[in-house]
Design a protein around this ligand. Structure first.
Ligand code: GDP
Length: 140
């Protein structure tokens, strides 16, 4: 098994409902460790850069508006196969299609307000982590 790091965001729908701790408990129950974490208000520039890959999609404006609508918690998670393990506990993008026991099934409100982000590959994770954390803010 490969020790990996992945980048996570607890999105505004979860911070608004005071569910940061519930999401963190679900993360920790998988064995993943939260090795960096901070609560921030994303700027529009940060959100547009972060989701630039989706800039041509019809929901891009809605997605950026949502991500800047309230506080988010950005995190680095570490563990064996962290990228795939976190995607598994997050569940499908659309919560109505997510498996029972996943964060999105248990907590998310809709395909847009879907509670969490997790990197889709180790390479993407490294880029996303560098957008929000410096090396000495990550303590494994
Ligand atoms: P993820 O990797 O599971 O987060 O999914 P994607 O990379 O496909 O999409 C990124 C994010 O865009 C999702 O987590 C949603 O917040 C948002 N998103 C995706 N599809 C839609 C949609 O149809 N409508 C809206 N409003 N947001 C969407």
């Amino acid at each position: 098994m490969a020790l990996e790091r992945t980048f996570s965001i607890i999105k505004p729908d979860a911070t608004a409902r005071n569910l940061t701790g519930k999401v963190n408990a679900m993360i920790e129950a998988t064995g993943l460790r939260i090795v960096a974490q901070k609560r921030i208000k994303m700027t529009r520039d940060q959100a547009e850069t972060f989701y630039a890959v989706h800039s041509a999609r019809p929901f891009f404006g809605e997605l950026v508006d949502f991500m800047v609508s309230g506080p988010v918690v950005v995190q680095v998670l570490e563990g064996d196969n962290a990228v795939a393990k976190y995607r598994e506990v997050m569940g499908a993008t659309d919560p109505s299609k997510a498996d029972a026991g996943t964060i999105r099934k248990e907590v998310a409100l809709s395909i847009g307000e879907n509670t969490v982000h997790g990197s889709d590959a180790v390479e993407t994770a490294a880029i996303e982590i560098a957008q929000f954390f410096s090396g000495n803010e990550i303590v494994g």
